[in-house]
Design a protein around this ligand. Structure first.
Ligand code: G16
Length: 568
């Protein structure tokens, strides 16, 4: 007799609709009886479809509060649904990029059919914080819209789930666990080391020996010092192994490397507001390169000496311009680049100069997947601190940091020198994002409706602030037709494009767990020959467009907010 499969009656929960990247809610919501079980059953049914029986899946997450409980639920439900094998990170721990690679790599010679990632990314954790569950497909990338829509539909109809209640698996110790389950027979849980595979993979992408010569001073006659903040998220163990064991960095220069279920009470979002510790320490001028990563390790922030901030849009463009410094890109044909629509257009200029394709996609890494699978792009990024390549199908914070180190080892210039030289070559897309977090959802929706209603009248209008005038060339709600499968995503953000190429974008975030978050994106282009303004402080250059934007959308009237919660 095997472990019995129990059929548990349940009812749908409202609101189990995956957002920009999976289902993200407050922990107590996930703790409701049957809530997590329902969603996992729907992932298996609608995410895997006919592949469910006999499938292999990778499971892991950033170690936030509720991870252990959720892994237990997934193991029991997977066993009771005929899944044949789970590959689980030790203690349920895997960064999002590491998990994406494990899916793509296959397991013991057999393909992996997908993965379940337990994270709410950059959102805070802990008993009152956020939790999240995301399904990734067999290409290693986040499920596309038609799959998440099918999962959501299933959540609205579910009346039972299956569970091998008596199955108990200790996933704190690496090794193989085998079970006999009624109806389905053998079920295997392989508990794996969470770090080794990813570290080995990075050593095939970058020239570690050269990066080590940069860090130790062998390359330039001077030690190159890095300061890294893992914000108590998933990257700590990866960064420690890579930088200290393989690249010769000083372990004292790695901050908050121990993953904590509540991220030490912090907000693990690598931006100028939430990674302030790093920003302040970098100001001292002792370090040449600084980086911070988010909860699940897919986001990154890059700083140069004295806290010189490299906007994510510039970071993408600089990596694009220097792809030849990176062995992985040298070994293949780089066909094109992509960025999400709100991301500043700096990478477009590099693509044009190199004669490569460039794509503008909606916000959400899932929209890059088809382009990478079809080998139309090798590198892509987003203003939301996401940078990555087709080595996996998620953005990859540690990869981006290593890419910068490789470029710095090649060019032997400082971060500010490299970025300013880039502006002198291509012009500068000065960029900022204002976030109004946790505002009243009704007010946020009204603001968007109010603004969009005026769009037809905007085209051709001149808008001025602080003596600067912009003429509106395009005003629309962004729509994207996927060039590979023809699917269409509508209503992806309100966009005002001005005649000089500058842009204003208004969007509601799809990753929050309470209320609404309004994002205002400002992209102001300064041509390369405008020597006077090219290297001026970003706030000064952005001021007129920011004022125009706040006035147009009547931000204060609709939200009662006089200032954003975060400016990046
Ligand atoms: C997710 C998505 C990104 C997106 C970001 C912000 O990142 O993967 O593609 O840019 O959310 O989305 P929104 O503006 O809708 O909040 P992560 O790091 O949270 O998984």
């Amino acid at each position: 007799m095997g472990i019995p499969v129990v059929e548990v009656p349940t009812k749908p929960f409202a609101g189990q609709k995956p957002g920009t990247s999976g289902l993200r809610k407050r922990v107590p919501e996930f703790q409701q009886k049957h809530y997590t079980e329902n969603f996992v059953q729907c992932i298996l049914d609608a995410g895997l479809g006919s592949k469910k029986r006999g499938s292999q899946l990778v499971v892991g997450g950033d170690g936030r509060f509720l991870t252990m409980e959720a892994v237990n639920v997934i193991i029991k439900i997977a066993a009771a649904n005929g899944v044949s094998r789970l590959i689980v990170g030790q203690n349920g721990f895997l960064s999002t990029p590491a998990l994406s690679h494990l899916i793509r790599k296959g397991h013991e010679g057999k393909p992996v059919d997908g993965g379940v990632i337990l994270t709410a990314s950059h959102n805070p954790g802990g008993p009152k914080g956020d939790f999240g569950i995301k399904f990734n497909c067999d290409n290693g990338g986040p499920a596309p819209d038609h799959v998440t829509d099918a999962i959501y539909t299933a959540t609205t109809k579910i009346d039972k789930y299956f569970s091998a209640e008596e199955l108990s698996c200790d996933f704190t110790v690496p090794g193989r666990n085998e079970y006999e389950v009624d109806k389905y027979g053998k079920f295997v849980v392989d508990v794996i080391d969470s770090v080794n595979d990813y570290v080995n993979f990075m050593s095939t992408i970058f020239d570690f020996a050269k990066i080590k010569r940069l860090l130790t001073g062998e390359l330039t006659g001077r030690k190159f010092r890095v300061l890294v903040d893992s914000m108590h998220g998933a990257t700590g163990p990866y960064v420690s192994t890579l930088l200290v064991d393989h690249l010769g960095a000083d372990s004292n220069d790695l901050l908050r490397t121990v993953p904590k279920p509540d991220f030490g009470g912090g907000h693990p979002d690598p931006n100028l507001t939430y990674a302030k510790t790093l920003v302040d320490k970098m100001k001292g001028g002792d370090y040449d390169l600084g980086a911070a990563f988010d909860g699940d390790g897919d986001r990154n922030m890059i700083l140069g000496k004295e806290s010189f901030f490299v906007t994510p849009s510039d970071s993408l463009a600089v990596i694009a311009d220097n792809v030849d410094a990176i062995p992985y890109f040298r070994s293949k044909k780089v066909t094109g680049f992509a960025r999400s629509m709100p991301t500043a257009g700096a990478v477009d200029l590099v693509a044009k100069a190199k004669g490569l394709e460039v794509f503008e996609t909606p916000t959400g890494w899932k929209y890059f997947g088809n382009l990478m699978d079809a080998q139309r792009i090798a590198l892509c990024g987003e203003e939301s601190f996401g940078t990555g390549s087709d080595h996996i199908r998620e953005k990859d914070g540690v990869w981006a940091f290593l890419a910068w180190l490789q470029i710095l080892a090649e060019r032997r210039e400082s971060v500010p020198q490299i970025v300013q030289a880039h502006w002198k070559k291509y012009g500068r897309n000065v960029f900022t994002r204002y976030d109004y977090e946790n505002v009243d959802a009704a007010g946020a929706n009204l603001l968007m409706t109010f603004l969009e209603a005026q769009f037809p009248a905007f085209v051709g209008r001149q808008l001025s602030a602080n003596g600067v005038t912009y003429k509106v060339a395009v005003a629309d709600n962004f729509q994207y037709k996927d060039p590979i499968d023809g699917s269409v995503a509508t209503k992806q953000g309100l966009r005002l494009v001005f005649e000089d190429g500058s842009r204003l974008v208004f969007r509601l975030s799809g990753t929050g767990s309470a209320g609404a978050t309004i994002r205002l994106y400002v992209d102001s282009y300064i041509p390369a020959d405008d020597a006077q303004r090219l290297c001026a402080p970003a706030q000064d250059l952005l001021k007129p467009l920011v004022l125009i934007a706040l006035d147009l959308c009547k931000m204060e009237q609709f939200t009662n907010r006089t200032a954003p919660t975060v400016i990046t």
